[in-house]
Design a protein around this ligand. Structure first.
Ligand code: ACO
Length: 324
């Protein structure tokens, strides 16, 4: 059985926070944020919007684009670091809200690489007989961002992207993939509080342990190396060279990480999709939002070779080579 990408949909909340807004909140400047990260603005979920709400809208858009009733969905995978609750899974909430039948539904936790991990799992499900799988990358990092910490708060935005993966007799859309993880540096990017290590308590809240903690400059170095490795290993598995790639869609964390990775890979800027200036780092949502944009704007055309690479909390990293 072969895998095809039938459709993709995405959603970002209406509220926008600009760099000028952050100048009023913390000791920062538009100039610092733009030059150090490439970000100008990001979309932020409303108080009553959680990750499943964004996921449901993105999923409905993907199903509409594929002209498929939710009744035909056979599996739902949500990649997220910000589930509505620790349990039940966000995927179960999406299953009931979109009106899918009682199908296999589960979340995966792989940070910003989660959507790509999800695509690989969907490919395995297709090979074991499943059809019409929703792979959703969705995060509302604003809910766990400390808006008094200038080193992290300017970076993150919220959003969701959903891909509908179908079974086909024709050509496989996933030509190759590569995945890795290394937990030895987990401390560099974490949300310490709220799990079984440090359960929620007055003390944990007073110490602000439920917010993202990141040593950005250390993460930066690991990210450039890992994204390049992911690209080269994914391409090698398919015997494709970097010059054959039509479009590179990297995880949108920092313009300097993207540029450094593209430079190492000798991929010219015009073949690299960048939208983090408008969305910031939307974690697991960043690649499906960018892929949706590429397709809608005609930057990804039928038959194109699209390389997607990501790096995220864990640390996890990986790549997927797609023939659109
Ligand atoms: N405004 C002004 N100054 C700031 C700000 C800010 N918002 N934030 C930090 N600074 C200061 C620091 O305090 C530091 O000051 P000092 O030299 O007086 O100590 C100085 O700027 C430089 O700080 P660095 O952290 O070294 O800055 P850097 O150039 O590394 O940029 C950044 C920081 C943007 C966070 C970058 O390191 C980065 O993007 N890291 C990677 C993030 C990432 O890829 N995450 C991966 C996945 S995310 C996920 O999985 C959810």
């Amino acid at each position: 059985m072969k895998t095809s990408l039938a459709a993709i949909g995405s959603y970002t909340p209406e509220k926008i926070l600009t760099n000028a807004d952050f100048e009023k909140m913390v000791d920062t400047s538009d100039e610092w944020i733009r030059t150090r990260s490439g970000i100008r603005e990001r979309h932020i979920a409303a108080d009553d919007q959680a990750t499943s709400d964004l996921s449901v809208i993105a999923s409905k858009r993907a199903l509409e684009a594929a002209h498929l009733s939710p009744k035909h969905v056979q599996a739902i995978i949500v990649a997220t670091a910000t589930p509505d609750m620790l349990f039940p899974s966000t995927a179960c909430l999406v299953q009931t809200r979109i009106g899918a039948p009682h199908v296999i539904s589960f979340d995966i936790s792989a940070g910003c690489t989660g959507f790509l991990y999800g695509l690989a799992i969907a490919e395995s499900l297709v090979k074991s007989g499943y059809d019409n799988i929703l792979v959703i990358g969705a995060d509302t990092l604003s809910k766990i961002t400390d808006y008094t910490d200038r080193t992290t708060c300017v970076l993150f935005g919220d959003g969701a992207g959903a891909a509908l993966i179908k079974r086909t007799e024709l050509e496989d859309c996933i030509l190759s993939s590569y995945f890795a993880a290394d937990g030895s540096s987990w401390q560099l990017l974490q949300q310490p509080g709220g799990g079984s290590r440090i359960p929620a308590s007055h003390d944990s809240v007073d110490k602000r342990l439920h917010y993202i903690k990141m040593q950005g400059n250390e993460v930066f170095k690991l990210a450039v190396r890992a994204m390049s490795e992911a690209a080269l290993k994914t391409l090698k598995k398919a015997s494709i060279s970097t010059s054959q790639i039509d479009l590179l869609i990297p995880h949108q964390a920092n313009i300097r990480i993207i540029e450094a990775s593209a430079k190492r890979l000798h991929i010219p800027a015009e073949k690299v999709l960048v939208n983090l200036d408008r969305y910031g780092n939307t974690s697991a949502a960043s690649i499906p939002i960018a892929l949706d944009q590429a397709i809608r704007e005609g930057r990804a055309k039928k038959g194109d070779l699209i390389l997607m690479i990501a790096f995220g909390a864990g640390f996890t990293w990986g790549g997927v080579l797609l023939r659109y």
